[in-house]
Design a protein around this ligand. Structure first.
Ligand code: DHB
Length: 303
């Protein structure tokens, strides 16, 4: 029985990863790396430092979490130093996530981050809380997604590129395909469901400082499953799936939909880092009972 998975020619001890954004500062990602995750994705960085949106930036509701962090991060110059240190100390593969509002900025970020030779670079084409030069989220359209991937591909040199997509579109398969045609090496999906809002009925105002944000957690899992299922039918490249996974059953379901890797993020925020070991134990148990020798045999079998 083998729960290790291969991605970009590298073996990961298991298919679970920490998605971008749950942990805010680079050094704190260490805990996820030590808790059993097979790989981690750092919080997206931008060329310039960002203070983030007005507080509160995070709000819980019964079925998940809303956030509008506004990509709070130290910017490329300081971020690079922190990432370099982190890569030196971390044993598991590290994916660096970048966010920009223009082609020019994306090129700069990818080119400079590629120098650090991380496991991969994630292009965040889907932050719901910051507008791009395209006047909307880049992954809202095939054309802008293609344009960004195509223009940064050379800058990445040998570092694999991942495009992270928004679920808030009709035909995510077409957008994934445009990214694949532009040369991306994998698709990450889904980013948060947005816009979303909760109102404090006593204060009579939206809870989030920015009023609206992106929704994650168990409530979005069926959306994630449907989108991953659709992407799997549209592209040949691997999918890093995420969205509301809390239990081993959810991870199995997501792999069956087509995910090679499964992100566990909001559940860590809600229930703690022990969740990685719990899900891993459940996966091993399931494989034993179902006589599945290799976990990769689960990927896409629901099709
Ligand atoms: C933020 C970025 C995201 O990609 C997301 O899905 C939600 C929030 C942010 O930093 O605001």
């Amino acid at each position: 029985m083998d729960i290790s998975v291969k991605l970009f020619g590298k073996k990961l001890t298991n298919p679970l990863f920490l998605p971008s954004g749950i942990v805010n500062d680079v050094p704190s990602h260490k805990i996820a790396a030590e808790s059993g995750a097979g790989c981690v994705v750092l919080k997206s960085i931008t060329t310039e430092p960002r203070e983030g949106n007005p507080i509160p930036r995070v709000a819980k509701y019964e079925y998940g979490i809303l956030n509008s962090v506004g990509l709070k991060n130290p910017g490329l110059k300081e971020g690079k130093k922190q990432i370099r240190e982190f890569l030196k100390k971390t044993k598991i593969p590290v994916i660096v996530s970048v966010f920009a509002v223009s082609v020019k900025e994306f090129k700069k970020l990818v080119s400079e981050i590629a120098e650090l030779k991380p496991f991969a670079i994630e292009l965040n084409l889907s932050c719901p809380n910051v507008e791009s030069e395209f006047g909307q989220m880049i992954s809202n359209k095939s054309k802008s997604s293609y344009e960004i991937v195509k223009s940064v591909k050379k800058e990445a040199r040998k570092v694999p590129l991942i495009a992270k997509l928004t679920p808030n579109v009709d035909q995510i398969g077409e957008i994934a395909k445009a990214c694949e045609q532009a040369g991306v090496d994998a698709i990450a999906a889904i980013n948060t469901v947005a816009p979303s809002m909760v109102i404090d009925i006593y204060k009579r105002r939206p809870i989030l400082g920015a009023k609206k944000g992106g929704l994650s957690g168990p409530g979005i899992r069926p959306v994630a499953i449907a989108k991953i299922y659709e992407i799997y039918e549209s592209v040949k490249i691997p999918i890093l799936g995420m969205g509301g996974v809390e239990k081993w059953q959810d991870a199995v379901e997501m792999m069956m939909a087509g995910a090679t890797l499964v992100g566990v993020g909001s559940a860590v925020y809600l229930r703690g880092y022990k969740i990685y070991k719990e899900i891993i134990n459940g996966l091993e148990e399931f494989m034993k009972k179902e006589k599945i020798k290799n976990i990769k045999n689960l990927v896409g079998i629901a099709h």
